[in-house]
Design a protein around this ligand. Sequence first.
Ligand code: SF4
Length: 369
Amino acid sequence: MARSSPVPAWVPADLPARPGVYQFEDALGTPIYVGKSVNLKRRVRGYFYGGGPADERMAMMVRLARGVTICRTGTDLEALLEEAERIERYRPAFNRALKNRSRGWYIEVDWGDPFPRLRIVQSRRKSRAQYLGPFRGRRIPSEAARLVEKVFRLRCCAGPIRPDATASPCLQYGIDLCTAPCVGLVGVDTYRKQVRAAIRVLADRGAAEDAILRCQARRDASLAAGSVLEATGWEQRLIWLYELEDYRTVLERPQVERSWLIALPGAEPGAGVLLPMARGRVLSRQRVEWDDGSWQECVERVCYEVRIEELRAESVFAPAELTPSLIVTAWLERRGPDEGHVFDLDRLDSTAIVDALRQAAPERKAEAA
Ligand code: SF4
């Protein structure tokens, strides 16, 4: 006797073995989980084999699910964007991980505080604060902020500072890691200069290189003067500055500073997807057909929209804008040479892009075949 399949009847038998997004729904049709896969058939059916998911949360999701819908995409990048868009729209109960990931992290310097410190936060709430970011995770901005805090001897204590010359500074001052504004050993102006120098080094590779040269000169001068202890202090600062350079690509986020037009293969042969990105902000996802001429107008229109968006010069990302921007930025950093076409809109105009895409037509046809 043939063994019955563990896959419920409501899972379509003809799921494609192609990339895309799947969405489990409960008995009322409410999306309860959205995921993506490079092989929809294997992934969706895989939830029901081997006794179901080992993870208790996913096992419960599978017990509650009564329907699944899919959306095919041509690439993993489009699947990631579609998944993020649906999670933002539906907030499915079982998508805990991506819901949490949808916010970025910032290094905050609150200039409303006379003695600001570097804080790692998830929202840009303060009008007088300066923010670096957004960053995808918390770890790198935290470690980078701690390094410049030590190099520039900034305070790490929480709460407001009311300088009191009769009080005692904490150990940070004792080990030369803070200039002790708490006891008035440094005034507001000088302390704020320290903070500004730290921010410059965080945000700008050139400022970091200058800081390294200055530290080397101070170390050598201390050694020449026979002050080994002082030279050791400068040497330690140099080590922290070198460590900071390990995080430079994340801190600078070079792709986010630029505008791009990304052209990807679509889900069907002859179809494509255009992703215009203005200064890190993904503006839209435009589906095009390469076989009719309308894609050229679409390229011209989205390039124009990018220029208009650049004029906004708005550095604050709305929460819904942040996730797609982080996804595309990460993709730009790690993409392979064959994954679509990427055009730098700081160097190319729409006419040059249309020409390049026209020349790439045989290549696209070969891929589709
Ligand atoms: S020395 Fe004073 S200002 Fe510096 S970290 Fe300690 S308590 Fe804060």
